[in-house]
Design a binder for this molecule. Structure first.
Ligand code: ZN
Length: 96
């Protein structure tokens, strides 16, 4: 099965890595699923915050209890961040 997920409660380490993922630019971050969320006026545009109990939106009206397992793959996040920075700074060396 390719779409592996992890479910809350998350460990302290998973929380740290999930929040790093949310701001890494490595894929689109999870955002609030509440229709009434004041996303555009909220800090971070409704980007969900990971806690040990699961995801929460700062609007207080939305929680989510699962994440993709690749979202806690810190090595991939770190190298993706480095790759994206290299592209941005014109230092990308190519993949081969
Ligand atoms: Zn929200």
């Amino acid at each position: 099965m390719s779409d592996l997920v992890i479910t809350a409660p998350f460990t302290e380490d998973q929380v740290r890595i999930l929040n790093k993922f949310q701001h890494s630019g490595f894929f689109h971050p999870f955002t609030c699923g509440d229709e009434a969320c004041p996303r555009n006026s909220a800090v971070d545009d409704g980007i969900l915050v990971a806690t040990e109990k699961g995801w929460e939106c700062k609007c207080g009206n939305y929680t989510q209890d699962w994440a993709h397992s690749f979202m806690v793959d810190e090595y991939s996040i770190d190298t993706a961040e480095e790759t994206l920075n290299n592209i941005k700074n014109g230092n990308y060396q190519g993949g081969n």
